[in-house]
Structure formats: C-alpha cells, structure tokens
Design a protein around this ligand. Structure first.
Ligand code: PEP
Ligand code: MN
Length: 375
C-alpha cells in the first residue's frame, strides 16, 4: 500500500475486514449448527459420522467455483480446516450424548449386587480364586472371605479364557454350581466371567454379576447381549484398550438398556516386565472425571505378583477406586491357574488389615496345611 493514501482509508478498510470477519464468523457458526443437526439425523439413522466422500464432493464443487484472488490451494486449505473442525464438533456432540457419560447413570446408593453396593463411597472387595476348582476349595475360601470386615463379592472363574489351549479351561457348568453354592452358604454375592453369547444364559442364571474379561472387551455381540439382561456387569479393560475404547464398550452395554456397569482397570500391556501388566493408576481418576460408573482395580491381573499388592491397593483407593479385585486361594501353590499371583488366606487377612479395613480374628485365618483338598 502506498504511503500517499490517507490514514482514514486504512482505518476504513480495516473496518470492512472487521465486519467481514464478523460475517464469516456468523456463517461459520450457522454452518456448525447445521453440522450438529446432521450429526443428530445420522445418529437417529445409525449412520457413521464421518463421510470422506461427501467432503471430497464439497471440495470439488468449491474448487470448480473458485474465482477470485484465492487459488485452489488456499481454498482447499481453508475448507479442509473447516471440515476438520466440523468433524471434531460432530464427535464431541456424539460423545456428549453417550449414556455412560450422563451424570444420573448410577443411582445415588451405587450399583447393587446382592446386598453389596458398589459406588456408594465404601470400597468393595472382589475376592476369590482365579478358577473354581473344587467344592472344598470354594468352601474354605468363601467361609474365610465371609468373615472379612469389608463389603465383598466372591469371584471365581468357571469358564476360563486361557491363553494356552492346553491350560486348565475351568469346570464350566460345574464351576458355576460350586461358586453359587459357596456364595449361598456364606451369604456372598458372586461374580464370574461369561466367555461368549452361547454361555450367557447359564452364567446369568447362576451369578449375581457378569464379568466381561479383558479378552472380550471388544466382543460387541457379547456386550450387546449382556446389555439386554437385568444383571450388573463387571467390564474389564482390554490389555491394549484406551479409556475411550473402554467407555465405548460400556456404551454398547448401556445402549441396550443395562446401565448397571462397573468398570475395571486391570493393567495394560507395556514394555515393562517386572509386572504382568502395567497398572494404569491414572485410569481411575480419569474415568471418574468423565463417568459416574464405579471403577475398581484388579491388582492381581495388573501386577501378576503378590509382594506389591498392598502399596498398589492403597494407591488405587487413594486415586478414587470404588473397589479392589484380589485373587485369593486357600493354597496358591497348588492352584490350577494364576497360582503365582493369588494370595493365601493369611496374606489376604494381612492385606485387609493393611488397608485399614480391620483385623480378622486370628481363629479365622487358616494356614494352607489346614485346608482340605478333597472333592
Ligand atoms: C479374571 O479376572 O479371571 C481374568 C481372566 O482377568 P482378565 O480378563 O482381566 O485377564
Ligand atoms: Mn486369574
């Protein structure tokens, strides 16, 4: 611009730019509102949010029309930025609508499993053996657990998702029966894993809570099927799953109507080898920032070792966990699965005392030598 032009003209031009900016901004917001309406229509029709073909078409039409100082490169760049921002907006909008992110998803008293409530401010212990192995094993552990001075749910795998096909696969229907009987005899609600939709009916008929294991977090058919039942669900995070993926897996369940979901951080795969997985402690407060669903931490599968359970359990509770899962076995060295990470009864009592939950009476603590291996 030449210096001979009067300063008023620059001011006037700037004024024109200011009002053009305001116009563009108003149009951008109009466009954004239309984008949100499209997101709603697509959602109602069950369509995928992003349509790269449609973006290409719009760009093509804009470039065909581009006459003016801006060339095709600038037009492309500006509109691509608008498309990206619109896609972010649609995704944000879709996310805001997720059932699992609604504050009222959990009733004020928490999620009830039998007479135990999860998410009411008092921690719940999910405890029991990795696998149900025998009536005697279940009787010993359930009798012991029932006396622990904390709210608890008896766990035990009947259908086991083992990595190695030649490893113990669980007692299946018989395991369900033994778990149920042990829970009933000692007044404990029971949770066990459901591996597939074919086994769902039997597991749901027997257990108070259904566990979806880490290997099944992405099994959308199973998630939908448990979503159609009126049973609380313990949903474990996959080994390689982000928190978004965990929340979306929970959404699969909630979308079918079942919102009684408890999330479980159970360690993720990293390069670290000291522990079986890496306990992602930040997952607890991060999930709780976004969802009202209760979050528990499975220390046994996260750590794969017993010696650091107590400090990590303290960390989980300090981070806001609504409960802990600990695998416990009357005689871990003779366990049919995950023996290396299960705690014995005396160790379990020490953990409970170490967490400040109270001391079980000494007469309630059995040593492995006292445990029956019958049945
Ligand atoms: C389990 O809790 O029995 C289990 C197999 O855990 P995960 O699915 O977390 O590996
Ligand atoms: Mn296990």
């Amino acid at each position: 611009m030449s210096s001979s032009e009067p300063p008023q003209s620059l001011a006037a031009l700037r004024h024109e730019i200011d009002s053009l900016n305001a116009e563009i901004l108003a149009q951008l917001q109009r466009r954004a509102r239309a984008v949100i309406r499209i997101a709603h229509v697509k959602r109602e029709q069950g369509l995928e949010g992003h349509d790269p073909g449609r973006e290409e078409e719009m760009l093509h039409a804009l470039l065909a029309d581009a006459s003016g100082p801006f060339g095709p490169d600038e037009i492309r760049e500006v509109f691509q930025a608008i498309f990206r921002a619109s896609l972010d907006l649609q995704q944000r909008e879709g996310r805001r609508k997720l059932r699992v992110l609604q504050p009222g998803i959990v009733p004020p008293g928490g999620i009830e499993v039998g007479d135990v409530s999860i998410g009411n401010g008092k921690p719940v212990l999910f405890v029991g053996p990795c696998s149900v192995e025998s009536a005697a094993q279940m009787e010993t552990i359930a009798a012991f657990i029932s006396r622990l001075p904390v709210a608890k749910i008896l766990r035990g795998g009947a259908f086991k998702p083992r990595t190695n096909p030649y490893s113990f696969q669980g007692l299946r229907e018989e395991g369900l029966r033994l778990l149920r009987n042990a829970g009933d005899r000692h007044g404990l609600p029971v949770v066990t894993e459901v591996l597939d939709t074919a086994g769902l009916e039997a597991v749901a008929a027997s257990a108070d809570m259904l566990q979806i294991g880490a290997r099944n977090m992405y099994n959308t058919e199973l998630l939908k099927a448990v979503g159609r039942l009126d049973k609380p669900v313990l949903l474990k995070r996959g080994f390689m799953a982000t928190l978004d993926e965990l929340l979306l897996a929970a959404e699969y369940i909630a979308a079918e109507g079942n919102t009684r979901i408890v999330l479980c951080e159970r360690g993720i795969r990293t390069f670290e080898t000291r522990t079986r997985n890496t306990l992602d402690i930040a997952a607890v407060p991060l999930l709780k920032l976004e969802t009202a669903l209760p979050v528990i931490v499975d220390l046994s599968h996260a750590l794969g070792r017993r010696d650091v359970i107590l400090p990590c359990a303290r960390a989980a509770l300090a981070a806001g966990a609504d409960g802990l899962m600990i695998e416990a076995h009357p005689d871990p060295d003779r366990a049919l699965s995950d023996g290396f990470q299960q705690v014995g009864l005396a160790e379990l009592a020490a953990l409970v005392a170490g967490l400040g939950w109270g001391e079980p009476r000494p007469e309630d603590i059995l040593e492995p030598s006292e445990v029956s291996h019958g049945d």
